[in-house]
Design a protein around this ligand. Structure first.
Ligand code: SF4
Length: 211
């Protein structure tokens, strides 16, 4: 956190989290088709040393393999942000995996028409195991309510993940909501030995796009 980083956001996602904070890359995907070369060139132009490839879901895009190789060739530290439902052999220094808990299912949104797909895809244990085994990783969970911890404990146990690699982040796109949730989530992290992550971009810019 706090390291100037270029964010490359791919548009399109195989999930439909009810609280998705980037609906313009999932529920109503926007964007333009770009070649890998043009994206790598634009990344180079920022003069940063860190790049985060995020989405949507970057791992559904076959070109992510070539993209990460190109960005790495610039000498950058490369992070991938993924829900961990699709495996690809990418080039990265950190696989930031955010498995989606049951709090993400869109039971009522869009007449519930995404529920079945979302429930079927959101937890791919074999993919998660492989990502954890093959990459330097962190597991980041979006927490809405204290009961979410039961699912987190169960999954981290099944993945044999070290507690120090598990990060809990409050769900919310407004400062006030995040503050209220952060207070009990910090206590929960202390109790269970997990790390806590604030949402710096919301604290600083309150959900504004493109910052
Ligand atoms: S996986 Fe990420 S991008 Fe996709 S719907 Fe969920 S929060 Fe949004």
């Amino acid at each position: 956190m706090g390291v100037p980083s270029v964010f490359v956001r791919t548009s399109g996602c195989n999930l439909r989290c009810v609280w998705c904070d980037t609906p313009y890359a999932s529920w109503e995907p926007e964007g333009e088709w770009r070649s890998v070369e043009s994206v790598v060139e634009e990344v180079r132009g920022f003069g940063a040393s860190h790049t985060v490839v995020t989405g949507g879901e970057p791992m559904i895009m076959p070109d992510v393999v070539e993209l990460t190789r190109g960005i790495k060739a610039l000498g950058h530290h490369v992070t991938i942000e993924t829900a961990g439902t699709v495996y690809r052999q990418v080039t990265c220094d950190l696989m930031s995996i955010s498995p989606k808990l049951s709090n993400s299912t869109p039971w009522e949104r869009a007449g519930g028409r995404w529920v079945q797909l979302h429930e079927r895809l959101r937890m791919q244990l074999e993919v998660l195991r492989r990502l954890v085994r093959e990459y330097a990783y962190q597991l980041k969970f979006v927490v809405q309510r204290a009961e979410d911890v039961e699912e987190i404990l169960e999954l981290t146990k099944r993945l044999e993940a070290e507690r120090s690699r598990v990060i809990l982040m409050p769900e919310g796109t407004e400062r006030e909501v995040l503050r209220e949730r952060s207070l009990w989530l910090v206590d929960l992290c202390r109790r269970e030995g997990f790390r806590f992550s604030p949402r710096l971009h919301i604290d600083l810019w309150n959900g504004q796009r493109g910052v």
